[in-house]
Design a protein around this ligand. Structure first.
Ligand SMILES: [Zn+2]
Length: 230
């Protein structure tokens, strides 16, 4: 089954989309990292300002060494920015920092998709490990029940990737609104920051497309196995 041409048909579109989204994100990030923003504010300064404007003085900002590894940790209320974002006064830095603050605001407001996503983390992890193992094992040993249970567990990864979409889109929407209403950006800078965030959003779309195609492929395999049982 690993040389199944059907597997390639289901796998390649997701892979191609993921590579395209990654290149698009890197390209936009590099381009807008070359433009200094008119306020001369670093990503960390922008993040601090928007956090304070939203009464989130309890959220602290730290640095993460990983490039584009910027993220908000809801369990510790720490916003981590990479050096290229936190220390640089660029348009890209503004956009990404504001996006991460968007997650902090979601957390403070108890944004439902974010809570659902957090709840799905352990299930999705279990599904991608134990579930995948059961799925492949069931298919190879031709045990339909095992493969079906594996498939159900494995498909939680697709649910997780789906719930990630509204969380990410909403964080970018909040970021752009904050940058505009806070007077951080000119029209042109607004468009630049939006280009960076829109590109990054495609990586999450690609993630969902990849996982749903894999679920569909394995669903066909399990269906084929159960037909052989009848
Ligand atoms: Zn995000």
């Amino acid at each position: 089954m690993f040389f199944d041409p059907l597997y390639l048909i289901f796998m390649l579109p997701g892979l191609a989309l993921a590579l395209w989204a990654q290149a698009k994100t890197r390209g936009a990030y590099q381009k807008y990292s070359e433009y200094r923003n008119m306020q001369g504010m670093t990503g960390a300064q922008v993040a601090r300002s928007i956090l304070d404007m939203n009464g989130l003085g309890n959220v602290t900002i730290e640095e993460t060494p990983e490039e584009l590894g910027d993220h908000y940790d809801p369990t510790t209320k720490i916003l981590r920015l990479s050096p290229g974002v936190g220390r640089q006064p660029t348009i890209a830095a503004m956009g990404i920092a504001a996006h991460e603050v968007g997650h902090a605001i979601q957390d403070a407001h108890g944004f439902a998709p974010m809570r659902a996503r957090a709840g799905l983390v352990p299930v999705a992890q279990f599904g991608s490990q134990i579930g995948y193992f059961a799925l492949i094992g069931g298919l190879m040993l031709q045990i339909t029940g095992l493969a079906a249970i594996g498939l159900i567990l494995f498909s939680f990864g697709a649910v997780f990737a789906l719930v990630t979409l509204p969380v990410e889109f909403d964080a970018s929407r909040r970021a752009m609104a904050a940058l505009q209403t806070g007077g951080f950006v000119s029209q042109e800078e607004y468009r630049g920051a939006k280009t960076v965030l829109d590109a990054a959003a495609w990586t999450y779309v690609a993630g969902f497309v990849s996982t749903i195609l894999m679920v569909l492929y394995f669903a066909l395999q399990v269906a084929g196995l159960s037909r052989r049982d009848d």
